[in-house]
Design a protein around this ligand. Structure first.
Ligand code: AP5
Length: 221
């Protein structure tokens, strides 16, 4: 089972993937998290990617596809978060899966209005240690400013500055909309209202993924 989680910046992809991956037997693969790790470690890819990320632009498809391919393990059910982000990446993912006799089973689009996104991103805190996500008001850590999971001091992401967020939203509309159409044409796109309490979104997504899993098992069997 291969599931894609689509949605604008701040729509809750990371939050939901973290809540659902273990429960549903997925491995959570977030290209944004991998890139931030590369930037932190000052690798060649990280140094190249940083130039795009700090401006809110997409990292070039070629680099992303090579990076994803190097992380892909056989026989793993992935929950893809923040990837694919362009039609070229969607076609690239299909090609990588096809050689393993796999395909994307479902693509879920988390829909959240821009005004809510801006409120969410401006309150977001992330853990540079383990990648856990918090929000100053809606999802605070137990001890202020410290990660519940690993005790690292929480930080605001450098690309969460208002001018960069505006560019990320524009890039999402221009470059990621074709990905929605790509999956819609294949009858794989499911839209979920992401503007509700996190646990309600989790319940809805769990139902969508369970239904898709049932369908894919029927096809396989
Ligand atoms: P990436 O890390 O993928 O960022 P993004 O897609 O912009 O998404 P975010 O991580 O900002 O948000 P999210 O949807 O995960 O929301 P979250 O759960 O954190 O990409 C960063 C950059 O890397 C890109 O700009 C690009 O440069 C590059 N990149 C990455 N992948 C790439 C690719 N494939 N191709 C090219 N370039 C790529 O939630 C946000 C906040 O809201 C949190 O504080 C959370 O606690 C809160 N929250 C979540 N859900 C709810 C809810 N239901 N109610 C209230 N608050 C909520």
């Amino acid at each position: 089972m291969q599931a894609v989680l689509l949605g604008p910046p701040g729509s809750g992809k990371g939050t939901q993937a973290a809540a659902l991956a273990d429960r549903l037997g997925f491995q959570h693969l977030a290209t944004g998290d991998i890139l931030r790790e590369e930037v932190k470690n000052k690798t060649k890819l990280g140094m190249e990617a940083k130039k795009f990320m700090e401006k809110g632009e997409l990292v070039p498809d070629k680099l992303i596809l090579e990076m994803v391919s190097s992380h892909l393990k056989p026989d793993v059910a992935y929950l893809w978060d923040g990837f694919p982000r362009t039609e070229e990446q969607a076609v690239g993912l299909d090609a990588m899966l096809a050689v393993r006799n796999l395909s994307v089973d479902v693509a879920v689009l988390l829909e959240v209005p821009d005004a809510i996104i801006i409120r969410r991103i401006s309150g977001r805190l992330s853990c540079p240690g383990c990648g856990a996500n918090y929000h100053r008001e809606t999802l605070p850590s137990k001890k202020e400013g410290v990660c519940d999971r690993c005790g690292t001091r929480l930080e605001a992401r450098t690309d969460d500055r208002p001018e960069v967020v505006a560019r990320r939203l524009a890039v999402y509309r221009e470059q990621t909309s074709p990905v929605m159409r790509y999956y819609e044409k294949q009858g794989k796109l499911v839209r979920v209202n992401g503007d509700q309490p996190p646990e309600n979104v989790t319940a809805k997504l769990a139902a969508v993924f369970e239904a898709a899993k049932g369908k894919s098992q029927k096809v396989d069997g």
